[in-house]
Design a protein around this ligand. Sequence first.
Ligand SMILES: CC(C)(COP(=O)(O)OP(=O)(O)OC[C@H]1O[C@@H](n2cnc3c(N)ncnc32)[C@H](O)[C@@H]1OP(=O)(O)O)[C@@H](O)C(=O)NCCC(=O)NCCS
Length: 169
Amino acid sequence: MNLQSTRLYYREFQPEDDVLMFALDSLSEVHTYLYDPVVTDIQQSRDVIAYVRSQYVANGIGRMAAFTKDTDEFIGWVGLKLQEDVNGREQFYDIGYRLMPQHWGKGYATEATLFFLEYAFNVLQADEVNAFAFPSNGASLRVLEKCGLKQVERFVYNGQESVWLMIKK
Ligand SMILES: CC(C)(COP(=O)(O)OP(=O)(O)OC[C@H]1O[C@@H](n2cnc3c(N)ncnc32)[C@H](O)[C@@H]1OP(=O)(O)O)[C@@H](O)C(=O)NCCC(=O)NCCS
């Protein structure tokens, strides 16, 4: 499958991407508004990749590694995940992203989110896509709202006040 947008391309994570995933998840600034803590051991990143890869098989979708087309640089992960048991929903497509700080502020999260919303509605035939974030994560909320998601309500996830967002096809 050829997954690409204007400046980025996307591919499934491979076990050999452990160093890239660790580079991303070991940065405290990346985790300021995340539910999961900074990783300290590369084995944790290997476990995350194994989990993501199991989702590709089970659900036909999962978070994707994102790269710049022009320099072939890893910028982080983006895309869809079939989430379960959040805010009273049994199952839903969640849109998300986590980028290396040197690539923030270039519009990459917006570009990737618009691409994967199209994918959700046109390829997966989803009726609705959701997202959730810390109310204090201004950049993330801005990306989601720029892409057409609306804030629906506040709820608590993992003990954290969170915002629930939604877009319908
Ligand atoms: C959230 C994240 C993916 C955004 O990526 P990005 O590529 O910088 O996003 P974009 O450049 O596409 O858009 C960011 C928008 O937010 C705005 N923004 C940035 N910081 C902001 C803040 N503190 N408050 C409000 N808006 C903010 C930018 O101005 C831009 O909007 P604009 O285009 O109208 O100017 C990136 O910051 C990141 O990876 N953060 C760490 C992981 C994370 O928090 N993930 C989301 C969990 S819900």
